[in-house]
Design a protein around this ligand. Structure first.
Ligand code: NAI
Ligand code: 13P
Length: 346
């Protein structure tokens, strides 16, 4: 298979490295010619993954048209805010029969569309060709071949299985899924909660608080997911709770680290500059808050975080506000029918 990865940041590099190691003729496109040169001459991406020695067969280029020529599989792996511009430039050169996968965890603003929804409006035969790769997978560990599991979702089973085959190896186990909406939303919405857990950590709050944020966070992720057409079960899988756990507990997570920096008093601009890589949770918080508002979905953690990011509520006050919300049943609307049945039987 001839594979082309668009985006030479952390994740694009890690995924291109897998494809190359798996024996596929792999090209990675990046906009930064110094990164391209370093991958070709030294097999290293010094800015994003300095400690990893990349496959010597991996070829890098900054020529988009040449990168896409003859590709059987095209993988888009840039931050969500960069995707529209890149896609406009890439579309005329994407071969008509190629499979197109993306590994982006964010919404396309300002319309707050899912990435596959956005790509699908432009790509011919999208239902057959398009797939999403998501799951608990920090690039820093993937390049070290730390055992990792992800999920590929597509409306087409054969496409999901083809992408699964392309990536699967002894250290990178790939599952398939049909729920493209749920898989995309799980990977996207967990970044909001990771920012919140990072804030809690930076404020010196305890493990109880982090567990509360993760669990109640999953509940509000699931509520929005259901409203947008996802299967609730997907949120108990790799793209949901799996990715939530890794992002909320790993020192590699840019979202978790950003939350910690905000908690100790850095401004949002200072925080983003200090991380120096994609922090998708910031844009996602605003997008999800807007979607929740439009759809009438309760997302208290997201709303609290939005206020913190806007600078209209200090983090400690946001915690107090969350704790003092009206009392509630744990399962709320998601499980109401089940709860009613159980109580009738008792
Ligand atoms: N880093 C990770 O471990 C993982 C990242 N992701 C997701 O992958 C996506 C990409 O993130 P990372 O690679 O981590 O980001 P990164 O910050 O490491 O790299 C971003 C890359 O995009 C490029 N870029 C930025 N603006 C661009 C533009 N306008 N046109 C072309 N290229 C542009 C940069 O030059 C850089 O190569 C994000 O949605 C992220 O959430 C998903 C799973 C794991
Ligand atoms: O999505 C990720 C791991 O699955 C990466 O998370 P961060 O963007 O927070 O580093």
């Amino acid at each position: 298979m001839k594979a082309t990865v668009l985006g030479a940041g952390s994740w694009g590099t890690a995924l291109a490295n897998i494809l190359s190691h798996n024996g596929h003729e792999t090209t990675i496109w990046g906009r930064d010619s110094s990164v391209v040169r370093a991958i070709n001459s030294n097999h290293v991406n010094a800015h994003y993954l300095p400690d990893a020695e990349l496959s010597s067969s991996l070829v890098a280029t900054d020529d988009l048209e040449a990168a896409l020529s003859g590709a059987d599989l095209v993988l888009l792996s840039v931050p969500s805010r960069a995707l529209p511009e890149l896609l406009q430039r890439a579309l005329p050169h994407i071969p008509k029969q190629s499979l197109v996968a993306h590994a982006v965890k964010g919404f396309i603003r300002p319309d707050n569309r899912r990435v596959s929804e956005y790509i699908g409006t432009m790509l011919t035969d999208a239902d057959r060709r398009l797939a999403v790769v998501s799951g608990p997978s920090h690039a820093e560990e993937v390049v070290r071949e730390v055992p990792t599991t992800v999920v590929v979702a597509s409306r087409s089973q054969s496409t999901a299985e083809a992408v699964q085959d392309a990536f699967m190896n002894a250290a990178f186990r790939v599952y398939t899924q049909a729920d493209i909406v749920g898989v995309e939303l799980g990977g996207t919405l967990k970044n909001i909660i990771a920012l919140g857990v990072g804030l809690a950590d930076g404020l010196g709050l305890g493990d109880n608080t982090k567990a509360a944020l993760m669990t109640r966070g999953l509940a509000e992720m699931t509520r929005l997911g259901i409203a947008l057409g996802a299967s609730p079960l997907t949120f108990s899988g790799l793209a949901g709770i799996g990715d939530l756990i890794v992002t909320c507990t790993s020192a590699h997570s840019r979202n978790f680290r950003a939350g910690r920096l905000l908690a100790v008093g850095l401004s949002l601009e200072e925080t983003l500059a200090k991380i120096g890589m994609a922090v998708e949770g910031v844009g996602t918080t605003f997008a999800a808050a807007q979607l929740a508002n439009d759809l009438g979905v309760e997302m208290p953690i997201t709303r609290a975080l939005q206020q913190v990011l806007e600078g209209t509520c200090p983090p400690t006050e946001a915690v107090t506000n969350l704790m003092q919300r009206d009392k509630n049943h744990e399962m709320e609307d998601v499980g109401q029918s089940v709860i009613a049945q159980t109580w009738e039987l008792m």
